[in-house]
Write a protein that binds this ligand. Sequence first.
Ligand SMILES: Nc1ncnc2c1ncn2[C@@H]1O[C@H](COP(=O)(O)OP(=O)(O)OP(=O)(O)O)[C@@H](O)[C@H]1O
Ligand SMILES: [Mg+2]
Length: 280
Amino acid sequence: MGLQFKGFLFFKKFICNKKLNLIFAFQYQVIMEGSGKMKNIIEVENLNKAYNGTIAVDDLCLAIEEGTCFGLLGPNGAGKTTTVEIMENILDPDSGRILYRGGDRGTSFNQEVGIQFQHTELLAYLTVEETLKTFAAFYNRHLPIDRILSMCMLENIKKKLNNRISGGQRQRLLLGLALINDPDLIFLDEPSTGLDPQARQHVWQIIKDIKARGRTIVLTTHYMEEAQVLCDMLAIMDRGKIIETGSPRELIDSHCSGMEAKDQNLECVFLKLTGKNLRE
Ligand SMILES: Nc1ncnc2c1ncn2[C@@H]1O[C@H](COP(=O)(O)OP(=O)(O)OP(=O)(O)O)[C@@H](O)[C@H]1O
Ligand SMILES: [Mg+2]
């Protein structure tokens, strides 16, 4: 399980012109330093990635403020996982730059971030507790295993084998693995996909607890309710590009005004911006 990075810039709209970026970054830093507000923990500058000619990420820029939950939304194949895995330093970009706390991602990066991949295989012959202990050994320092078991509501199943736990329990274990090194920055790629409403509520509660501890979360999701409940800021991606950014309230206000109250929600924003055609 790898990880890394660095950060700073951006406000609401993403301006991929480098000169403008520099001006905005400078202004932003002055404002932030003057007001004592939080800085960006991670920034993505002019990121590009293609797979055999298929463009997955197209000159993408974004910045994530420390201590926030940042949601990356987009249809299937929009490029969310590719973007996040480049931020995590799992994938190399074709071009572009990732800044973590204003500079390059150093060797300590992978000790400071937590990752929950969209797809993860667990060793079937290990128990939940053994899995946590195994991952803990990858880090210079880690939280006590009992603390992770408690944070992720895993105490009652700690002796169960990984191939005997439910989908919800598995997602909570994957969250536990992402939290084991007590990271400042946590990437969660579709943490509640495929879960029933009860299991999803448990995952949301764990994510709310992480937020309450001031940690930064980068979350991808297809659940608009999840984005609305958990995220402070959102970026909507389509075809490798960021097409809109803002808080859930800002996006709803700017795209759903004049609609019936029942239609004033993120689902409406999402469909309005990305269309109704099926994506693969
Ligand atoms: N390893 C790969 N090899 C070839 N093409 C890939 C690879 N990974 C992703 N792609 C392609 O890159 C594009 C972006 O994929 P990505 O997985 O980043 O999208 P996503 O937004 O995470 O989608 P989803 O919501 O379905 O998880 C898609 O066209 C996808 O088919
Ligand atoms: Mg994905």
